[in-house]
Design a protein around this ligand. Structure first.
Ligand code: ATP
Length: 345
């Protein structure tokens, strides 16, 4: 029986990059998946009044995995002016606590750093997705108040599970895990660090260390080759994952997976990129690699083998720096980039 995949193309460049990922999935995993599209996003809000309709949510709950493009249209907001973020709502509703963001350099030409060859940067950032400094994101906006506070919530349960998932990932890779925190200043971060060290005692085969977030911003630029897996709270992860994407070619190259105990959403790290939407020039690599993460996560040797095939095809395409979309100085359209991957498959 094929795995049921709920596909949510969303807004902006979402449908374009999802289109290429779907073509790649059809070619790499024939008969293994049943892909069904569902509406969500800011355009869906304009149409139906909800950016995440009940029917879509129900389909996501019953699917084996969810493949998402990007969501958001700049001027489409809630009446109080806040941005519509159904993709973040989905993480919270489905309890997708572990935000897994692999960053790999495929060609020296893609990094702004000097003297980094293909494969020399290869790290995974694990972002806690359910609390941290995003905890108060739904609080009302009180722009006329004399002061406003945002709460950084670190709960033992959420910290334990995200640390455990990061140790598990490190165990399957180069066995090195770095907690990124601010334990020298914030009590919540000292708490997170103590839980991280505690969980680490069950993983004696993984070398665990802690680095302050400001230092990590420096080290990711100066010596990213030293890192294997990083784990951090929600907001630090939000910021550092863009920085990490920047050293391997930008948002168009950065896949991601939001994983819980029962559900998982796979989507590129980037947003709907309104500045290039509708032009057919978005880089589909992040989404194609996210589709490979999905195949790897599904519990079947066949899908895992298909994931390897997609990764190898992407690697072969990117070995030639002429195969690039305009975000990386190339001339290929979204579809031509997809064609290249399909040709290798
Ligand atoms: P969000 O807040 O939803 O993450 P954002 O507003 O931070 O989104 P993005 O939509 O990710 O930003 O876009 C940031 C920049 O990166 C834009 O200039 C955009 O054009 C570029 N970009 C993002 N994704 C891609 C892509 N797949 N291909 C090419 N350029 C991209």
């Amino acid at each position: 029986m094929p795995f049921e995949i709920a596909v949510l193309p969303g807004d902006g460049i979402g449908p374009d990059v999802i289109g290429e990922a779907v073509r790649v999935l059809d070619a790499a995993a024939p008969g293994l998946l049943r892909l069904t599209e569902h509406a969500a996003g800011a355009a869906e809000y304009l149409r139906s009044g909800s950016p995440l309709p009940e029917a879509t949510l129900a389909a996501c709950r019953s699917a084996d995995a969810i493949l998402l493009g990007a969501m958001g249209i700049p001027h489409v907001r809630w009446p109080d002016g806040t941005e519509m973020t159904p993709q973040i709502d989905l993480r919270e509703i489905l309890d997708l606590y572990s935000g897994v963001r692999p960053c790999k350099l495929y060609h020296a030409a893609d990094t702004p750093l000097k003297n980094y060859a293909a494969g020399s940067i290869d790290l995974v950032l694990v972002r806690e997705n359910t609390e941290g400094l995003f905890f108060g994101r739904k609080e009302p906006r009180r722009l006329d108040a004399p002061e406003v506070r945002d709460v950084m919530r670190i709960s033992r349960a959420a910290a334990e599970r995200v640390c455990r998932s990061a140790f598990e990932i490190a165990r399957r890779r180069r066995k090195k895990l770095t907690l990124v925190d601010k334990a020298n200043v914030l009590p919540s971060m000292a708490y997170l660090r103590s839980i991280f060290m505690e969980i680490g005692r069950s993983y004696p085969d993984v070398a665990a260390e802690c680095v302050y977030v400001d230092a990590m911003a420096l080290y990711l630029v100066q010596r990213p080759e030293r890192y294997d897996v990083l784990v951090t709270e929600n907001m630090f992860g939000d910021i550092l994952s863009d920085l990490a994407a920047g050293i391997v070619g930008g948002m168009g190259m950065a896949p991601s997976a939001d994983i819980g105990d029962r559900h998982a959403v796979f989507q590129p790290s980037h947003g709907s990129a309104p500045d290039i939407a509708g032009q057919g020039i978005a880089n589909p690599v992040a989404t194609i690699l996210s589709a490979a993460l999905m195949l790897d996560w599904l519990p079947s040797p066949e899908t895992k083998a298909a994931a390897r095939r997609i990764e190898a095809a992407v690697e072969a395409v990117l070995a030639d720096p002429a195969h690039r979309t305009p975000d990386l100085g190339g001339k290929l359209t979204t579809q031509q980039m997809g064609d290249q991957v399909l040709a290798r498959l």
